[in-house]
Write a protein that binds this ligand. Structure first.
Ligand code: G1P
Length: 290
């Protein structure tokens, strides 16, 4: 079982300005639950106990959210609101939280490298990106771990997207080796649609072994002038076995305003008691705006 998860959350959230001027994009809610709550829950529901946040100095609210708030708990206890205590404690029990401040944001590869000292040499660990939410019966990291366990090798989650969207993601080339597993031969970051090796992309879910740090150490700046995690994975896949696992679930790229809106609407519709009212409201909006 994967016991450690790394969450690179230091990004400035420029695609979500102005709100991200003072609120981390990961803390923007889907209805009333921060996006990152769902991502952390996926890890915790997969068996993770140690959460490592690669954070920026001014994004303190992320850590506060996942820690116990004894003062608020006491206040709610006096008010007799035990239901709300359960809600704010949901993910804060039986977990260890570690924060690493990433002084400069030089790319995803640079962020993951910042966890090196905290990872044990023999352990597999996971990395989850905070702007991708995956709603599934079996948590995505747990699904990916099936292939990681089967081949005893690092494995990343993949999903299919329409071919004309691949330029936004890390894209794999590989061959199918089991029902959901692929052996990766190559990976490219944000390729042009015409040269993309496939339409299988990673939605930011990875299970690594310690070797990834050797490749990250040797990676130089790539797409967008940043240290790309994808480039390190590509190098590892060329020298060692590296797998992909097809994730089953609803995936939301909340990193763009439209993707965020879709996720918000979808999570509202899933909320008991809200569906009928939302659908009624939407019918009125369709009449008004179409
Ligand atoms: C990052 C990764 C990319 C991955 C994507 C998933 O890109 O570099 O490989 O497919 O997340 O959302 P970003 O969206 O941060 O540019």
């Amino acid at each position: 079982m994967i016991k450690t998860a790394v969450f690179p959350v230091a990004g400035k959230g420029t695609r979500f300005l102005p709100v991200t001027k003072s609120i981390p994009k990961e803390m923007i809610p889907l209805v009333d639950v921060p996006i990152l709550h769902y991502v952390v829950k996926e890890a915790v529901d997969s068996g993770v106990e140690k959460l490592i946040f690669i954070n920026a100095k001014n994004k303190r609210s992320i850590i506060d959210y996942f820690k116990r708030n004894y003062e608020l708990e006491k206040f709610l206890e006096i008010k007799g609101r035990n239901d709300l205590i359960d809600l704010i404690r949901d993910l804060s029990e039986n977990i260890e939280i570690i924060e690493v401040i990433q002084e400069e944001q030089l790319g995803l590869g640079h962020a993951v490298k910042a966890s090196k000292e905290l990872i044990k040499k023999h352990e597999f660990f996971s990395v989850l990106l905070g702007d991708e939410v995956i709603y599934s019966e079996v948590p995505a990291i747990k699904q990916i771990n099936e292939t990681a366990k089967e081949f005893n090798a690092p494995t990343l989650g993949v999903i299919e997207v329409p071919k004309d969207e691949v330029y936004k993601y890390g894209v794999i080339d590989g061959e199918s080796v089991s029902h959901k597993g692929f052996k990766i031969s190559k990976m490219v970051e944000k390729p042009k649609v015409e040269v993309a090796p496939s339409n299988l992309i990673t939605p930011g879910r990875y299970i690594f072994n310690y070797d990834i740090f050797n490749y990250l150490d040797k990676t130089s700046k790539g797409t967008g002038g940043e240290y790309q995690l994808t480039d390190a994975i590509n190098a590892q896949a060329k020298n060692e076995r590296f797998y992909g696992h097809l994730i089953v679930g609803d995936r939301f790229d909340t990193g763009t305003p439209l993707g965020y809106m879709e996720a918000s609407l979808d999570f509202g519709l899933k909320r008991p008691g809200m569906k009928e009212n939302i659908l009624k409201m939407m019918n009125e909006k369709i009449k008004k705006y179409s």
